[in-house]
Write a protein that binds this ligand. Structure first.
Ligand code: WTA
Length: 660
C-alpha cells in the first residue's frame, strides 16, 4: 500500500469518539464498558443469564447456563431451554409497535426498492415454512440455499428456522462444483435457488449451475426456484417447483406453528475455508448464536429503534448471516439488504443508497473502501450522507490510508468507525471498538466484547510482552462460538483445528499484538488461509482445485499483497511431464479453478515452474514462494536455502517470475 501523508499522520494517532454520538449512545464512558466487561468475565453465567432474559423470548427456561470443557471440546449454553429463532426475529415484535416497522428494506441492482414490515415478513416466512413442510422438510433436515441478495433469501433462512430445519447457504458466487460438495457433505434434502441472479447489470445463471450440481446429489428431493429475472429455465418435473406458485397455492396458510427448539439444536451450517483442502461446515446452534449476534449488533453499532442499518455483506458469508438478518431482526431493527455492487451503475452507488434510505449505520469491508477510494472524493460529495452516525469495517485489518479516507471523506471527521474483528466460527464480533466511548486508533480493533477473554501467546504457550506479536487465542467460551463441524460427532476436526495448538484455548489462526494501552492489533492469518477481498480462501483449497486439472502434477498457492483485494492469489504449478502443453495453459488453469470453486478463487497469477523449493524431506518452503510472489527478486534476501533438496531452483523460479 502506498504511504500517503494521511497514512503517516494516522500512525500513532488517537481519535476521540465525537460528543454528538457519545451523548446518545448506550455506552458513553470507558467506566461503563469496564464495569460491564468486568462483570461479564468475573461472573459469566450470571451475566449471560441476564442478557438471555433481556434479549430472547423463552418458551421454556434453560436448565443450565453453561456446560463446557475445551478438551473435546464441548460447549453448551442455556441447555434445556426452548426457544425459536424465527419467533424471536419476527413474532414477538408483532405484539409491539414494531409490527408495522420496516424489517427489511431491499434495494435491487437496478435501483428498485421493496419494503417488508415485520407483519409482512411474518406472512412470507410462514407461507414458505408451510411449503417446506408440504415437501417433507422436518426438524433437523438440511436445506441448501443458493440465492442472490433478494428478500427471499432472508425469508428462506427464517422459514427453515421456524420449523427447525438447518439451513446451509452457499454464496451465489460459488460454482456448481463447490455447491455440489456442500450439498453432499450436509446431505441436503432440498435446495432453494433462483432462475438467475442479477449483479452489477450482469446475469448469474444460478439455476443452470444448480442443475449441474444436482446431477450428483441424490439426497435432494426438491428444488424451489425463485423467479428473480423472469428467465426461462429448465424445470425438472417432480423435482423443481416455482417458489411463487408454491407459496400462492390454495392450501398454504399464512400462519405456521413454531417448532420449539432446544438452545443447542442446530440453526445453520456455513462452509468456510481452513488450512485443509476441504471447506468445513461450521455449525452454529440456536440460542447462544442469536443472543450473541443480537447483542453485538446493538452495542457495536449503537443501534437505536429509529435507525436504518446497512451491512453490505452478502448473506452467503457469515457477516450477512449475523448482521443483515439475525442480529438486526432479533432486536427489531430495520435492515437494508442490497442486491448490487459498489460501482454499478456508477462509483457513487453506496452513497446514493445511503441518501435514498437515510442510512444511519453503514458496515462494509476495507477492500470495498479501497476500491471506491480509487474513483476519487467527488462521488461521495454528490450525495447527502448526513444521516450517518456509525461507520463499520470487517474482514481484514484496515490499512491507515483507507481508514483516514473513510473517516474524513465519508464521515467528514465526525463519525466513529468501528473496526470489528471476528470469524465465521465466532458467530459475532470478538474484538471491536464501540461508537460512544472508545478512543480510536486507525487499524486497531481495540478491545474485547463482553465475555471475550483474549490472550496473545508465543509458540511455547507463554504470554507475549507488550507490543510483541503472537497468536491470538480465547480463553473461555462465549455464546456465539461454533459448536462443531457438520458430520463430525466426535468433534475431532474442531479439536485439531482450534483447540490443540494451545491446549485449553480456542486458537483463532490470527496473529495479534497488544499495545501499551491494551489495544489489540490484528496482524493477519498465521496459517495457510488467505484473505482475498475480505473473503476467506484456503491455499490448500486452490491447490486441490489446480491438481484436479489433468495437466497439473503439483501446485503451491500463496497470498501476496494486493492494493485493492488485500491479498491476491499466486499459484506455482508443475505440469505433468510428457503432456502436450497448450499455449494458453495459464488461462486454462485459471478457468478450471473458477469452475471448481468460483470467480473469487481465480489466481491473479499462475507461474509454471519445473520444480518447487522443497526441503530434503519434501516439505515446500512457502516462505520463499511468498517472497517471490510479493515481488522480491534479490537472491540475498531469501535467507538460508541450503536445506533445500535443490537450492538452484530458487534462482530458476525468480528468473521465471514476472518482471516488476
Ligand atoms: C480476518 C469474517 C483484522 C481474520 C467476519 C479472521 C479481520 C478472518 C477482521 C475471518 C478485522 C476479519 N481486522 N482481521 N476487523 N475481520 N478478519 O470467517 O483473519 O470470513 O480470522 O469472517 O478474517 O474471516 P471470516
Amino acid at each position: 500500500m502506498a504511504d500517503s501523508i494521511e497514512s503517516m499522520q494516522a500512525e500513532g494517532m488517537t481519535f476521540e469518539p465525537p460528543a454528538w454520538v457519545r451523548d446518545n449512545a448506550y455506552l458513553k464512558t470507558r467506566e461503563e464498558y469496564d464495569a460491564m466487561y468486568k462483570r461479564s468475565v468475573e461472573d459469566p453465567e450470571g451475566f449471560w443469564a441476564e442478557q438471555a432474559d433481556e434479549y430472547l423470548f423463552w418458551h421454556k427456561k434453560w436448565d443450565t447456563v453453561l456446560n463446557w470443557e475445551f478438551d473435546t471440546p464441548k460447549v453448551e449454553w442455556f441447555k434445556g431451554g426452548l426457544t425459536n429463532v424465527a419467533y424471536n426475529c419476527i413474532d414477538r415484535h408483532l405484539t409491539t409497535w414494531r409490527r408495522n416497522k420496516a424489517a427489511i428494506i431491499w434495494e435491487s441492482d437496478e435501483g428498485r426498492t421493496k419494503m417488508y414490515t415485520y407483519q409482512a415478513l411474518y406472512y412470507k416466512v410462514c407461507k414458505l415454512a408451510n411449503v417446506l413442510k408440504k415437501h417433507g422438510i422436518k426438524k433437523g433436515d438440511r436445506v441448501v440455499i443458493y440465492l442472490p441478495m433478494i428478500p427471499e433469501l432472508a425469508v428462506a433462512m427464517l422459514a427453515c428456522a421456524r420449523i427447525g430445519a438447518i439451513h446451509s447457504i452457499v454464496f451465489a458466487g460459488f460454482s456448481a462444483a463447490a455447491m455440489r460438495d456442500r450439498i453432499q457433505d450436509c446431505g441436503a434434502k432440498m435446495i432453494i435457488t433462483a432462475d438467475e441472479g442479477i449483479r452489477g447489470g450482469r446475469v448469474v445463471p444460478l439455476k443452470a449451475e444448480a442443475d449441474s450440481a444436482l446431477y450428483e446429489c441424490p439426497t435432494v428431493e426438491t428444488c424451489l426456484v425463485v423467479s428473480r429475472a423472469r428467465a426461462r429455465v429448465d424445470m425438472e418435473p417432480g423435482r423443481d417447483f416455482w417458489y411463487h406458485e408454491e407459496v400462492r397455492s390454495a392450501d398454504i396458510s399464512r400462519h405456521c406453528e413454531i417448532e420449539w427448539m432446544d438452545s443447542e439444536d442446530p440453526l445453520f451450517i456455513l462452509y468456510t475455508s481452513g488450512s485443509t483442502g476441504k471447506p468445513k461446515g461450521v455449525l452454529h446452534t440456536t440460542a447462544g448464536y442469536l443472543l450473541y449476534s443480537a447483542m453485538t449488533f446493538k452495542y457495536d453499532f449503537d443501534y437505536h429503534d429509529e435507525d436504518v442499518f446497512w451491512c453490505t455483506a452478502d448473506i452467503g458469508w457469515v457477516t450477512g448471516h449475523s448482521y443483515v438478518v439475525y442480529g438486526p431482526l432479533c432486536v427489531g431493527a430495520t435492515s437494508l439488504m442490497f442486491e448490487g455492487v459498489p460501482n454499478y451503475p456508477h462509483p457513487g452507488r453506496f452513497w446514493e443508497v445511503i441518501e435514498k434510505h437515510g442510512v444511519n449505520q453503514f458496515y462494509t469491508a476495507p477492500t470495498a473502501i479501497r476500491a471506491i477510494m480509487k474513483s476519487g472524493d467527488d462521488w461521495p460529495k454528490k450525495f447527502d450522507l448526513s444521516t450517518l452516525r456509525v461507520l463499520g469495517t470487517v474482514g481484514e485489518p484496515i490499512n491507515p490510508e483507507a481508514w483516514m479516507w473513510y473517516f474524513n471523506v465519508i464521515g467528514k471527521g465526525k463519525i466513529p468507525i468501528v473496526d470489528t474483528y471476528w470469524q465465521t466460527e465466532t458467530g459475532g464480533h470478538l474484538i471491536t471498538n464501540q461508537p460512544g466511548w472508545t478512543p480510536m486508533k486507525p487499524g486497531s480493533a481495540t478491545f474485547p466484547f463482553f465475555g471475550i477473554r483474549p490472550v496473545v501467546l508465543n509458540e511455547d504457550q507463554s504470554e507475549t510482552p507488550v507490543n510483541s506479536g503472537g497468536r491470538l487465542c480465547i480463553d473461555f467460551p462465549w455464546p456465539g462460538m461454533l459448536r462443531g463441524t457438520w458430520g463430525d460427532a466426535e468433534n475431532t476436526l474442531v479439536k485439531n483445528t482450534y483447540f490443540s495448538q494451545f491446549p485449553g484455548k480456542y486458537f483463532t489462526g490470527d496473529g495479534a499484538r497488544v499495545d501499551q494501552d491494551g489495544y489489540y492489533w490484528l496482524l493477519g492469518r498465521v496459517d495457510d488461509v488467505i484473505n482475498v477481498s475480505g473473503h476467506r480462501m484456503g491455499t490448500a483449497e486452490v491447490e486441490s482445485a489446480l491438481v484436479s486439472q489433468p495437466l497439473v502434477a503439483e501446485a503451491a498457492v500463496v497470498g501476496f499483497p494486493h492494493d485493492i483485494k488485500g491479498e491476491g492469489i499466486y499459484a506455482y504449478v508443475i505440469l505433468k511431464s510428457g503432456v502436450e502443453v497448450p499455449k494458453s495453459v495459464e488461462s486454462i488453469l485459471a478457468g478450471h479453478v473458477r469452475e471448481q470453486i468460483g470467480p473469487i478463487a481465480k489466481p491473479d497469477h499462475i507461474q509454471i515452474v519445473p520444480e518447487l523449493p522443497k526441503t530434503r524431506s519434501g516439505k515446500i518452503m512457502r516462505r520463499i514462494l511468498r517472497k517471490i510472489a510479493a515481488g522480491e527478486r534479490d537472491m540475498d534476501t531469501f535467507g538460508d536455502i541450503t536445506t533445500l533438496a535443490d537450492p538452484s531452483i530458487v534462482k530458476v523460479i525468480v528468473d521465471g517470475a514476472p518482471k516488476l
